[in-house]
Design a protein around this ligand. Structure first.
Ligand code: NDP
Length: 324
């Protein structure tokens, strides 16, 4: 995508609408949600004599997945949720992994099952995700839960898009009647994001790699959600001045030439560590044009684990009869 001016030398932006955009603080919202989890965990214990239980299946030894899983189980334990990590070797077969998941489905003290993605290429991921009992599917990826979401019925909702809704609600950003554009149509983020915004009565457009004139469609957005996995691909051309911009992307930039295009703050961070995290939205353009936006890191990212905890508690509440 051609850029009009390099951000390493700040240029006045004629479309800039205000000096300081509101930063939508994901860490604050995460802490609120985790605080709300504690009494609910206690109610599950009072009712059933045991805490909610979460089993995480981590196949192989991918370092990034190991970090994600450690963060999930650490958060669970800090709240008093029972956490168990099962770590089969990367050579496990689809059949053996199916057996493992089915065994977890049958264990009464396990309320939530999460299979960490990506799975090794030889494993049929869809078959594994479909094997998780829908009532224990705390990632919300099972077709039953996707179907419940699409008909607006109660069920376990995917964590990252639910986190986006929490950020918007808890910053009093109205969704009803507003134009929301979601860029990305994955089953994990984009599609459920669109369904959740629809549930909040936004008028929703979904974009993807084949969308014609993506910038023009994005500029119709009062609320723009980017989930494409391409560093800083959404630029000033895509942002209606005053829009609320939610950047779901998390990309590690390891190339200095790319870091130079991201503005002085990201470049300084890059020069310190040799790598810098950036979302799918250009950080300087977003800060200049949006009325409110999520930062990367510290925006949507922290919410995913908090919503996983909440889903685990919700699954436990249903299983012990505290919720229908
Ligand atoms: P996927 O790769 O599964 O999906 C990407 C989507 O973006 C696809 O629908 C694709 O379109 C679309 N897309 C790709 N390039 C373009 C483009 N140039 N223009 C328009 N659309 C495009 O990614 P995920 O949904 O899993 O993740 C998206 C981002 O969110 C990633 O950066 C990921 O790291 C981040 N993420 C963050 C999480 C968090 O906790 N904050 C959790 C999960 C993901 P098509 O379908 O046509 O190919």
């Amino acid at each position: 995508m051609p850029r009009k001016a390099p951000h390493s030398t700040p240029q006045p932006n004629p479309r800039k609408i205000k000096e300081v955009a509101q930063i939508l603080d994901g860490n604050k919202v995460r802490d609120q949600i985790l605080d709300e989890c504690r009494p609910r965990i206690q109610r599950v214990i009072d009712r059933s004599g045991r805490p909610p239980g979460l089993a995480v299946v981590l196949v192989g030894a991918d370092p990034a997945s190991q970090v994600y899983v450690r963060n999930k189980t650490k958060t669970a334990e800090s709240l008093g949720i029972y956490g168990e990590t099962i770590t089969p070797d990367a050579s496990i077969t689809t059949d053996a992994l199916l057996q493992l998941v089915r065994a977890l489905n049958l264990r009464p003290e396990i309320d939530g099952i999460l299979v960490q993605l990506p799975l090794p290429a030889h494993i049929d991921s869809r078959q594994i995700l479909n094997a998780v009992a829908p009532e224990k599917d705390v990632d919300g990826f099972h077709p039953v839960n996707a179907g419940l979401l699409s008909i607006g019925a109660p069920g376990l909702r995917p964590c990252t898009p639910s986190g986006v809704i929490e950020i918007l609600k808890r910053h009093q950003i109205p969704m009803a009647g507003r134009n929301a554009v979601v860029v990305g149509r994955s089953n994990i983020v984009g599609k459920p994001m669109a369904m959740l915004l629809l549930e909040e009565n936004a008028t929703v457009t979904i974009c993807h790699s084949r969308t014609a004139d993506l910038p023009a469609v994005c500029r119709t957005a009062d609320i723009l959600v980017a989930a494409i996995g391409r560093p800083a691909a959404i630029t000033a051309d895509h942002i209606q001045p005053g829009a609320v911009v939610i950047d779901v992307g998390i990309n590690a930039v390891t190339d200095r030439a790319k870091a130079e295009t991201l503005g002085p703050t990201k470049l300084a961070a890059f020069d310190k560590r040799g790598t810098v995290l950036v979302g799918d939205v250009h950080p300087v353009d977003m800060a200049e044009l949006a009325s409110a936006h999520t930062p990367v890191p510290g925006g949507v990212g922290p919410l995913t684990i908090a919503l996983l905890m909440r889903n685990t508690i919700e699954a436990a509440e249903r299983r012990v009869g505290l919720r229908s």
